[in-house]
Design a protein around this ligand. Structure first.
Ligand code: G4P
Length: 528
């Protein structure tokens, strides 16, 4: 087997989808702890705690190293090389959160057992559906009284329209939660609840009938578990590997991230079941990861907040071939060759100074604004990867310029930030406003702060009464003209000149759709 094929088989590149507070940060820490990438819990959390206010966020981003290093967390587990891509939540929830999911091969969904499926999880799940991304589910916080496990499975199936197949099962719940039974391995790993438990610190029981089980978890919990397991054999969906890989079924694990319950079962299953880097579509053909020629695309741009350094880091997912530092690649949008010398290779802790990377890996390319979201680089062949879209914003503000002389700088700044995917910029058909659109509201404050710092533009923003946007397409020019005439106050062009319809809410959109059935309203659009 070639080194390339071996390296691909070892890789798992994934992101975590969850609603704020479900336990994403805690689980991330446990995974890093199990992978030996951090020595103690608290290392990831400390960044999150620093993000409570916008001003703190700006300060943290200034120390570029911190946010860059948590954007891609790389660790080993068993024989696997795992790339965990951060999906920013809470205040820093943005289009990046969605777009990161276009660069992963699978996702892990964290659900709070007390709350079931929540809104942000639904939205992120929609993004996963676009590429049929396989999803493994972890139901967290079983140490608290929450919904019954079966009710949780039903909730996931109902709200997310995906079949659930439990692969672990909780032993007790709330105060009486003892651990989980691994339905796949048919064994129980009992941990002592503690923040820093490692995989080896547990008692493993292989026999469900063993009296040892009664002794360790109590007779009641043991009896309940035996009943549950018998019931599940008849009632639960059996796990179907192919269905999981097709994203039609999600294997479900139960546990408590903070207590380390169920995390090892989850991680073992993850590395064994989750897909390695797979083929990716381009406009012209599908690229297989095993192809020797290097290819990949940019899915995220991080600006340096320090005004003295205008450089940006482009996060680039390798799709095929091998990266070596200093190699030359074709930047197809600009039609010129660029050198990949000034690159951050995200590496597992103990292997610094490694200058190569493989499909599934992420590299950070330093540049001065020459790279946009969706840019494809290859050895030679002109290709353009698809499926790295812009997502319809949900929050809108009108830019108010404090000094009208700053209009040129404003235009330049907004255009550049739109290219980075930080915020979307619309020009209404009627009037001279600049409208900003974002998926998360923190983006507005960041945009204003960056306009001031990087472009010297003093501007503020005012709320607008829009709540959604759709890109509009229509084959019949007459219908389109009529549509534009009737909806002129709701129409705008985005930064790439694409016609967009902005509406107050779903009801308004539905009404317009009824009036214009031949107009197509799109929630995403590919960049040019
Ligand atoms: P997030 O990244 O998804 O937003 O969630 P995070 O891990 O920060 O967890 C949110 C809260 O839930 C935290 O409490 C965390 O300690 C708690 N939590 C995580 N996993 C579990 C679990 O298995 N059981 C229980 N009972 N709680 C859990 P916090 O009060 O916000 O923070 P902290 O003071 O505990 O750090």
């Amino acid at each position: 087997m070639s080194t390339l094929v071996q390296e691909i088989a070892k890789r798992r590149t994934f992101g975590i989808i969850s609603h704020p507070d479900a336990g994403k940060t805690t689980l991330t820490e446990k995974l890093l702890l199990f992978g030996g990438a951090i020595q103690m819990a608290g290392a990831v959390k400390s960044r999150k705690t620093a993000l409570h206010a916008t001003s703190d966020w700006m300060a943290v981003e200034r120390e570029r190293g911190i946010s860059v290093s948590t954007s891609v967390m790389k660790f080993h587990y068993r024989d696997f090389e795992i790339n965990l891509l951060d999906t920013p939540g809470h205040q820093d929830f943005s289009e990046d959160t969605y777009r990161v999911l276009t660069a992963v091969d699978s996702a892990l969904m964290v659900i709070d057992s007390g709350k079931g499926v929540e809104t942000q999880t639904r939205k992120l799940m929609e993004v996963c559906r676009m590429r049929n991304t396989p999803i493994i589910t972890f139901v967290n916080k079983l140490d608290r009284d929450g919904l019954e496990p079966l009710a949780l499975l039903e909730d996931i199936e109902d709200k997310l329209q995906i079949e659930c197949a439990p692969l672990s099962w909780p032993i007790g719940m709330g105060k009486g939660f003892k651990g989980v039974y691994d339905l796949r391995q048919r064994q129980i790993a009992l941990f002592t609840p503690s923040r820093d438990t490692r995989p080896e610190d547990c008692v493993v029981l292989r026999d469900l009938a063993s009296p040892e089980l009664d002794r360790l978890v109590g007779a009641d919990a043991a009896a309940r578990l035996r009943d549950d397991v018998a019931l599940l054999q008849g009632a639960a969906n059996p796990f179907d590997f192919d269905e999981y890989r097709r994203a039609g079924q999600t294997p479900v694990f139960f546990g408590s991230a903070i207590n380390n319950f169920g995390v090892r079962e989850l991680l073992d299953a993850f590395v064994e079941l989750a897909p390695p880097p797979g083929p990716r579509a381009t406009l012209t053909r599908t690229v297989a990861p095993e192809e020797e020629a290097f290819t990949g695309f940019t899915f995220k741009i991080q600006a340096n907040m320090d005004p003295a350094h205008r450089d940006r880091i482009a996060f680039f997912r390798i799709c095929s071939g091998k990266f070596t530092r200093g190699m030359k690649v074709m930047h197809h949008r600009l039609g010129k060759e660029i050198g990949l010398g000034n690159v951050t290779v995200f590496m597992a802790q103990e292997r610094s100074n490694v200058d190569e990377a493989w499909p599934g890996d992420i590299i950070g390319i330093h540049n001065h604004g020459t790279i946009k979201i969706g840019d494809t680089f290859t050895d030679r062949e002109p290709l353009k990867f698809t499926g790295i879209p812009n997502f319809a914003p949900e929050h809108f503000r009108r830019v108010v310029l404090n000094n009208p002389l700053g209009i040129k700088k404003l235009q330049k700044g907004l255009l550049q930030m739109a290219e980075e995917g930080a915020v979307q910029v619309f020009r209404p058909l009627v009037g001279n406003d600049y409208i900003l659109g974002a998926v998360g509201i923190l983006q507005f404050e960041i945009t204003m702060a960056r306009l001031k710092d990087e472009y010297g533009v003093e501007a503020g923003s005012e709320p607008l009464n829009f709540g959604l946007a759709r890109w509009v397409e229509c084959e019949d020019p007459k219908v389109l003209a009529e549509f534009e005439k009737k909806n002129q106050f709701n129409l705008a062009y985005d930064a790439e000149g694409r016609l967009s319809y902005l509406a107050e809410g779903e009801w308004r959109l539905a009404h317009t759709q009824e009036l214009f059935p031949d107009v197509v309203f799109l929630k995403t659009r590919e960049s040019a």
